[in-house]
Write a protein that binds this ligand. Structure first.
Ligand SMILES: Cc1cc2nc3c(=O)[nH]c(=O)nc-3n(C[C@H](O)[C@H](O)[C@H](O)COP(=O)(O)O)c2cc1C
Length: 187
């Protein structure tokens, strides 16, 4: 069975730099025989975590919406990509909503991961035209927030300075995204 690669895209822009990187990554997944599944976090109705804590005692989420299939896909061993621009030095609001909805992957008794060892990649895109220490903190905080999932972080792509006039993605970073796509698709 083809390995599923779940891609959580936190940029609202249809042809922005996040999407351009994902286009390359998706090509890599497909070339390696994997099945890319793109979750467009902005284009669907996603209900924020209600804090009902039902997931403390049983698997899955009591909310039934666009995100519902992801829990079973993770249980089956899918790979994960979290891709977000930086907005106010951190992930976009809708990406944080997704993160809160990830709570059911922790078991409420020991706070261990129900689905550990999944391969995952983080992608960040930042527009600031000068070095910004706050962005580094935001990224670090985001990745540390996901440590309880006990996933295997295979790498990070961080593309900076996208708001510079005439900015384009380098061939090097596009290739990197493509290669990560292939790696995520492998068992
Ligand atoms: C509301 C908003 C807030 C932003 N905040 C930051 C920021 O704090 N730091 C930064 O480097 N870029 C910031 N940017 C710039 C975006 O990260 C940049 O334009 C990026 O390319 C957007 O990703 P996309 O091309 O995939 O849409 C912000 C953009 C918007 C619209």
């Amino acid at each position: 069975m083809a390995k599923k690669v779940l891609i959580f895209k936190g940029s609202p822009r249809k042809k922005g730099f996040t999407q351009q990187l994902l286009d390359e990554l998706i090509r890599g997944v497909t070339d390696a025989g994997g099945e890319p599944i793109l979750y467009e976090l902005n284009s669907q109705e996603i209900i924020p975590c209600r804090g009902c804590t039902a997931c403390y005692t049983r698997k899955g989420c009591s909310i039934k919406d666009y995100l519902s299939p992801m829990y079973e896909q993770m249980e089956e061993g899918a790979s994960i990509v979290v891709a977000s621009p930086l907005y106010y030095a951190t992930i976009t609001g809708i990406t944080k909503v997704w993160l809160d909805r990830m709570h059911p992957i922790l078991d409420g008794e020991h706070w261990g991961s129900r689905y550990p060892n999944l391969k995952y990649l983080t992608i960040f895109v930042s527009g600031n035209t000068e070095e910004d220490p706050m962005a580094e903190e935001g990224i670090d905080f985001t990745e540390r927030s996901m440590l309880p999932f006990s996933w295997n972080h295979i790498g990070q792509i961080w593309v900076k300075y996208t708001d510079r006039p005439d900015f384009t993605l380098s061939d090097e970073v596009k290739y990197k995204a493509y290669e990560y796509g292939k790696e995520l698709a492998r068992e």
